[in-house]
Design a protein around this ligand. Structure first.
Ligand SMILES: [Zn+2]
Length: 442
């Protein structure tokens, strides 16, 4: 029986759709019908082309289509500081290089640094990111203009900085951000106490109360190094994870970045409280922090997403690099080549990362869900012959194969160009701003 075709905004035809739905279905020669930024239908291309009359058609028939990737930990505007200091210990890197440069930050520089980061993320398939940095209003301006989704955190810490003078001012800014983003369809507010070594117990507790009262995510750096545990024990009598637990910072809607130096009791606490972890393998390797026990965390039932960390400690904002690295280092760390298989790494970059952000409808392509996707050009040599598309994404792809990225049904990146963005103008202004902050010109 024939039905009258339905209108839709866009009909996307794809060579292969990796849905990342609950069944992890792979759909060859498939299509997505998109209306009002959401997926109205998903199925065989031939069937959908009969069922729908689209206002626009997007031909990705030569592509592998994935859900947009989710970056659960970054400091986007640190693109301004990329390459300023590499190959140094974390404490030296922070206190001798990063913090002095950050003292020269301005809201406009942060806006430009975030905008450049958004372009970089779109070009490598990322459609949602969690950001924690200074001048959150400027971050929100850039994220709003970029078209990406984001969880935007007000950073809180008790060291002198360019963004705020007092902790009270940081909380006032956090409250204003929550008001500003209330009801926003792409941006969500959150709070980010920097770490146990830069925030007092009173400030950490106040952040937890803020998250509870305003119903927002709380994220923090935690257990990034063994030294952090030793220092925490010396200062507070206990390791980082039980210390955070005692202050009420663990639980659902709580996301710990790094989680490298965790023992079995720490992992038990994270699992029991429903606390998620943002794994940042390249940052941890570069700063020689160690390898997070991701396989053990996942087995314990902890939700683990992937993060790039900032561009001054990675130095790229590319989740394809993180997926491959995450899988490889787990094999070495456990001595087991079956550890963190490709499918698990892809889950972390998509649906698990979305769950870690408390935004579970992201990171998967399902009917009724948001039309956030990225497409990889299957004609590239490294994706041939294409026997296992999930393995190809994790072990073979570099991210440079991404030829189209869409958020909420809108194409934000296509074949090297950013529709609606004056990218050459952004790049020029970004380079000038970076030169002012770092005191260096390339
Ligand atoms: Zn970080």
């Amino acid at each position: 029986m024939e039905h009258t075709p339905l209108p839709c905004d866009t009909l996307v035809t794809a060579g292969l759709i990796v849905t990342q739905d609950d069944e992890r279905r792979l759909l060859p020669n498939a299509a997505l019908a998109i209306t009002d930024g959401r997926i109205a239908a998903l199925g065989p291309a031939e069937e959908l082309s009969r069922r729908f009359v689209p206002a626009a058609a997007l031909d990705l028939s030569g592509c592998l289509v994935l859900p947009g990737l989710v970056n659960t930990h970054t400091h986007a505007a640190m693109t301004l500081l990329r390459g300023l200091c590499d190959d140094a210990p974390l404490t030296t890197w922070l206190s001798a290089h990063i913090w002095p440069a950050e003292a020269r930050l301005t809201a406009e520089a942060v806006r430009l640094g975030t905008a450049l980061a958004c372009a970089e993320m779109l070009a490598s398939g990322t459609t949602c990111f969690l950001d924690a940095y200074l001048f959150v209003d400027a971050v929100a301006d850039a994220a709003a203009a970029s078209g990406l989704r984001a969880v935007l955190c007000q950073g809180v810490f008790e060291i002198e900085n360019a963004g705020f003078k007092t902790v009270d001012a940081a909380f006032a800014s956090a409250a204003a951000l929550a008001d500003r983003l209330a009801g926003h369809d792409r941006l969500r507010p959150a709070i980010f106490p920097h770490a146990v070594y830069t925030c007092s117990a009173a400030t950490l507790t106040r952040c937890a109360a803020f998250a509870r009262d305003r119903q927002v995510l709380l994220s923090t750096h935690a257990a990034e190094t063994a030294k952090e545990n030793e220092d925490c024990r010396a200062a507070n009598g206990t390791r980082v994870i039980p210390y955070l637990h005692g202050l009420g910072l663990l639980g659902p809607g709580r996301l710990l970045a790094h989680g490298v130096a965790l023992d079995a009791a720490d992992m038990g606490l994270l699992a029991a409280t429903g606390t998620a972890v943002a794994h940042c393998p390249k940052s941890n390797l570069k700063l020689a922090s160690g390898i997070a026990p991701v396989e053990a965390l996942r087995r314990a039932g902890v939700t683990v997403g992937l993060g790039t960390d900032g561009a001054a400690s990675n130095n790229a904002l590319n989740l394809f690099g993180e997926m491959g690295t995450a899988a490889l280092v787990q094999k070495v760390a456990t001595g087991d080549p079956t550890a963190l298989e490709a499918g698990a790494a892809l889950d972390m970059a998509t649906r698990d990362g979305a769950a870690a952000l408390g935004w579970p409808e992201l990171g998967r392509l399902t009917v009724g869900g948001p039309a956030d996707l990225c497409a990889l050009d299957r004609s590239r040599p490294q994706l041939a012959p294409g026997l296992d598309p999930v393995s190809d994404c994790v072990y073979a792809a570099s991210g440079g194969e991404v030829c189209c990225t869409m958020v909420a049904g809108k194409v934000l990146y296509r074949d090297g160009a950013f529709p609606g963005l004056d990218y050459p103008g952004l790049l020029r202004a970004f380079r000038e701003a970076s030169g002012r902050i770092t005191g260096r010109t390339p």
